[in-house]
Design a protein around this ligand. Structure first.
Ligand code: PEP
Ligand code: MN
Length: 333
């Protein structure tokens, strides 16, 4: 249950009530709210005078539920970049899978600048399936991203692979990405709950929608309201494509949760040939953002080589999204 306390309830009273009801205590729009276990279905008589409003849930999707906030939350990434709320914005994010060198990331930043893409992506800490492959440039990679951020006025999104470097990512990135392989990592989820920076939470490829949104609840209940979900494909029986992009799941998220949704067609299909069509399908469906991997020379990329678009392919794709956005009343930012 979520209980919004009366405005005159102070912090110490809110904390005492929170303790009594085994709740998270958060502050929202000037009042305290308690997020109790969902088993609680009714406000007890003795507490009624403290309560302004209450919301009952059938399961542990509470703060992320449309029953609590009936619209998509507005998330501000910078003064210029806002998604959700009343904006109708679809933010395009692009860049390579990994930062590999200054020259490579600078070319990606220049592509963003040329097209008007405002957010540059690239991993510095890579969660690879094999220990014998490129693991990322680490903090040196983050520093290169930071250089591009200042030189080209871009926002940066980069992935946190484990809880040992969350603070480094928080220091350098404007959006913190929690990857599919880390979606269940409570060290990461809890550390991300303690910052106010926007978090892009990717769906684990073997997780249900319920588990996915519950992972988001860890961040929300820990005090960070800025959670963006990312569907990036789930594992099915199909082997011809890398994963299967769950657009049905996206429809469910849009209907039932108040969190913006960004779609990642690149990791879903895993092959560049399919990325443009899939991205256009995502755009047509209406989403709050698109994340597409691009590389100056995909053939030599140190990770995810098969799925990255070259700059010409991406430029053509970007252009082709504009009439689709217009047709469904979205603004590409
Ligand atoms: C990535 O964005 O490069 C990445 C590793 O994504 P995912 O966590 O979705 O596999
Ligand atoms: Mn990748």
């Amino acid at each position: 249950m979520i209980i919004r306390l009366n405005k005159n309830i102070d912090e110490s009273k809110a904390n005492a009530l929170g303790k009594e009801l085994q709740s998270f205590v958060l502050k929202k729009n000037g009042s305290f709210i308690l997020v109790t276990p969902n088993k609680l279905k009714e406000v007890e008589e003795k507490h009624k005078s403290f309560v302004a409003e209450s919301f009952v849930f059938n399961d542990d999707i509470q703060l992320a539920s449309k029953k609590f906030i009936p619209h998509i939350r507005e998330i501000k990434i910078s003064d210029e970049i806002v998604i959700g709320g009343k904006t109708n914005n679809t933010v395009v994010i692009t860049g390579p899978c990994s930062v590999e060198s200054e020259a490579q990331i600078e070319q990606a930043a220049q592509l963003c600048k040329k097209l008007g893409v405002k957010i540059l992506r690239a991993g510095a800490f890579k969660p690879r399936t094999s220990p014998y492959t490129f693991q990322g440039m680490g903090v040196d990679g983050l520093k290169l991203l930071d250089k591009m951020r200042h030189k080209y006025g871009l926002q940066i999104i980069s992935e946190v692979r484990d809880s040992t470097h969350v603070q480094d990512i928080i220091q350098y990135a404007d959006i913190i990405q929690i990857g599919a392989k880390s979606m269940y990592d409570h060290g990461i989820l809890n550390a991300c709950a303690k910052t106010k920076k926007p978090i892009l939470l990717k769906r684990g490829f073997g997780t249900t929608l319920q588990e996915f949104v519950q992972a988001a609840e860890f961040i929300l209940s820990g005090g960070n309201e800025n959670v963006i979900l990312c569907e990036r494909g789930i594992r099915t029986f199909e082997t011809k494509t890398r994963f299967t992009l769950d657009l049905c799941g996206v429809a469910w998220l849009k209907e039932h949760t108040n969190l913006p949704v960004i779609l990642d067609p690149s990791h879903a299909i895993g092959y560049a040939y399919g990325v443009p069509d899939l991205t256009r399908a995502c755009m047509a469906m209406g989403c709050d953002g698109l994340l597409i991997e691009t590389h100056p020379n995909p053939a030599v990329a140190k990770s995810d080589a098969s799925q990255q678009l070259n700059f010409e392919q991406f430029s053509n794709l970007y252009e082709s999204l504009k009439p689709i956005a217009k047709a469904i009343g979205k603004n590409i930012i």
